[in-house]
Design a binder for this molecule. Structure first.
Ligand code: SAM
Length: 249
């Protein structure tokens, strides 16, 4: 009986990142493979060599697209969970902290942090952009928090990273994964980094994992007076360059 309950228990769903790009990879890959096969079937009796070459080129391109699509799905569904645990480990939470997750999406970091808290609280803010994450909504994050048994330790609010509504020096830790690069202009991204810095308590820790701009975020934080800034080596999840930035106020 107990086993049946465990098997049927709902699982949290933290969504698929960049769903439109993933879809494009699978459709381009599928079309390229299909075109290669059809052209080969039609031509291989009369023109065996060109038909085989065409199949190799189109089939190769199709396999590459499908491979990238599959790797992106694996990055979201598998690798990001391991990344979450590594990033949260680095915060060395004791259990009574206030943690802010900026651009929390369906709550991956937010809920991961809440699971490590006892009397503390984790707050997640987001604008719930649909093109950045599948099924992105406050309700989805709340549902995941309920499934993970941390509803009493999380607060989920609509808010823009560029203008946080929280007071200065309020949070013991601020985290953000894959969110800030979605702000289209450099001024806006800088503003978001400065806001995360502003709401962080002296001695608090900031962890940002993102693609493309992390070394620039480090420069902004240096200007703010951050200490112990470290930027990790390059990673290639989602087939794009990414780094993690750690800093202390
Ligand atoms: C790729 S998702 C990542 C979500 C979550 N951090 C995770 O790792 O699963 C990027 C998130 O950033 C959010 N976002 C984009 N621009 C934002 C902004 N200006 N302020 C707050 N959140 C933003 C999107 O709505 C989306 O939920």
């Amino acid at each position: 009986m107990a086993e049946a309950v465990a098997v049927n228990a709902p699982k949290p769903d933290y969504g698929l990142d960049a769903p439109l790009t993933v879809k494009k990879m699978f459709t381009h890959g599928g079309w390229a493979l299909a075109a290669g096969l059809v052209l080969w079937l039609v031509n291989h009796n009369d023109y065996p060599r060109p038909a085989a070459e065409l199949l190799a080129v189109l089939g190769g391109a199709g396999v590459i697209y499908l491979g990238i699509g599959g790797f992106m799905v694996w990055s979201s569904r598998v690798a990001k969970l391991a990344l979450r645990d590594r990033l949260l480990d680095s915060l060395e939470l004791k259990g009574e902290e206030r943690v802010l997750d900026v651009g929390c999406g369906r709550g991956l970091m937010l809920i991961g942090a809440a699971r490590r808290l006892k009397s503390g609280k984790a707050t997640g803010i987001d604008i719930w952009n649909q093109t950045d994450l599948t099924g992105n909504s406050a309700e989805a994050a709340k549902q995941n928090a309920k499934i993970e048994g941390v509803s009493d330790r999380v607060r989920i609010e609509t808010g823009d990273a560029r203008k946080l509504v929280y007071p200065d020096n309020h949070y013991d830790a601020v985290v953000s994964t894959l969110a800030i690069h979605n702000i289209p202009d450099e001024h806006g991204r800088d503003q978001a980094v400065r806001e995360m810095w502003r709401v962080l308590k002296p001695g608090g820790r900031l962890v940002i994992f993102d693609i493309f701009h992390t070394t620039h975020y480090a420069k902004v934080l240096r200007e703010c007076g951050a200490r112990d800034i470290t930027v990790s080596g390059l990673g290639w999840l989602w087939c794009v360059p990414s780094r993690t930035l750690f800093a202390r106020k």
